[in-house]
Design a protein around this ligand. Structure first.
Ligand SMILES: NC(=O)c1ccc[n+]([C@@H]2O[C@H](COP(=O)([O-])OP(=O)(O)OC[C@H]3O[C@@H](n4cnc5c(N)ncnc54)[C@H](O)[C@@H]3O)[C@@H](O)[C@H]2O)c1
Ligand SMILES: [Zn+2]
Length: 354
């Protein structure tokens, strides 16, 4: 079992990487008898043995993004109340980022905060969303509008749970893995170029290395900026200002999150090259690698050509913007991302239209 510590004062937490059965032995030490929150597909594949080991019947949420709404949050809290869950009862979220986000928000709110344990089951959630304490539901037509920071008490990452994940979901999660190379680790990006196919093919050593590297990077960046205030965590948004706009414009659900992020990262690197921040050869490498991995890199590929103005409108609504100015993550090269607040909207719209 590999242990990665995430330092989030006043309390830190461990991310255990290894077989889930070994990890859940630690849950008993956290407090009262655990409650498990999952969703039907994941529970049918992986839940029984874990629920038995924890001695709990699961609370099942709807599958996927549909779980991230008021009604589901309300029903979940109602069930926590019916079960008389106490403040020290660990709530164990077994599933992808959607389950983790809703269960994490419920845990933040219920009795002003119960411990949340994440057992992420998608590549995206193992490499990214289960670490860092962001929780949210979607509301009033906006993704992740209502949420809270609630750091987990423990995260258990078992890469073998990904064996049942479909290839499109795997590719989507891979976009978030590559992101860490592009932010500040050029050697990891070069490793991805060489071994990315093996990661997606499920080669255990390669998959474990990719996940562990992503977790260590996220842990480091989160520790430097726990509540996303000093600009460090903003770098994790590489590809996301474009990506969220692309997801919204395509219609929520049409593209997977990681697919939109991949396209967003390709756009960020091409724009960086066009503005003279980044060598064109670096932008070409990024676009080529993402394309090779089966991820979209052109707006035309996802039916969004000529929609620059609309995309800018979505981008202008991003929570990350400060006083009306678009905040973008651009790059001086592979592994050299930076936050930029100077790109003019008209220029950006023209760029996206091209
Ligand atoms: N909190 C954060 O920091 C953060 C970061 C990134 C993304 N997110 C959120 O995460 C959500 C997306 O998460 P996701 O990509 O994990 O998707 P998801 O939770 O919707 O799961 C995707 C699909 O995979 C299935 N699935 C999950 N695990 C499986 C397994 N092991 N085998 C087979 N099928 C499995 C699910 O049933 C679902 O159909 C979004 O709502 C996004 O906003 C949150
Ligand atoms: Zn993301």
């Amino acid at each position: 079992m590999t242990v990665v510590r995430v330092e989030t004062p006043p309390r830190g937490y461990d991310v255990l990487i290894g077989p889930v059965e070994a990890g859940i032995e630690r849950v008993a030490g956290l407090g009262g008898r655990a409650v498990m929150v999952s969703e039907p597909r994941v529970f049918a594949l992986h839940g029984d043995r874990l629920a038995t080991a924890l001695g709990t019947a699961p609370i099942l949420l709807p599958e996927g993004e549909a779980a991230k709404d008021w009604a589901t949050l309300h029903r979940l809290m109602e069930q926590l109340a019916e079960r008389n869950v106490g403040r020290d009862t660990p709530i164990v979220a077994l599933g992808g980022g959607a389950v983790g986000d809703v269960a994490g928000l419920a845990a933040a709110l219920f009795k002003r905060g119960c411990p949340i344990v994440h057992i992420p089951t998608t590549l995206l959630s193992q490499a990214d969303s289960a670490i860092g304490g962001k929780t949210a539901i979607d509301a009033f037509g906006e993704k992740n509008l209502i949420g809270a920071f609630h750091q987990p008490a423990l995260v258990i990452v078992d890469p073998a749970l990904l064996d049942t994940l479909d290839p499109r979901q795997l590719r989507s999660g891979y976009a978030e893995v590559v992101k860490y190379g592009l932010i500040d680790d050029p050697a990891f990006f070069a490793w991805c170029e060489a071994e990315g196919r093996g990661v997606l093919a499920g080669h255990c050593d390669l998959r474990n290395h990719a996940i562990e590297t992503a977790i260590r990077a996220k842990a480091r960046i989160v520790a430097a900026d726990v509540e996303d205030r000093n600009g460090q965590r903003a770098l994790l948004n590489l590809g996301h200002s474009f990506g969220h706009a692309i997801e919204s414009e395509a219609g929520i659900g049409a593209l997977l999150h990681g697919e939109a992020v991949a396209l967003g990262m390709a756009l960020a690197f091409r724009l960086s090259a066009e503005l003279g921040h980044c060598p064109a050869t670096d932008a070409a490498r990024v676009v080529s690698h993402l394309g090779t991995m089966g991820l979209p890199t052109q707006l035309g590929e996802v039916g969004l050509s000529g929609r620059g103005g609309r995309l800018i409108e979505w981008m202008a609504r991003d929570k990350k913007n400060a006083s009306g100015q678009l905040v973008l993550v651009l790059a001086h090269g592979v592994g050299r991302a930076f936050v930029d607040r100077s790109v003019d909207r008209a220029r950006l719209a023209a760029y996206l239209d091209r």
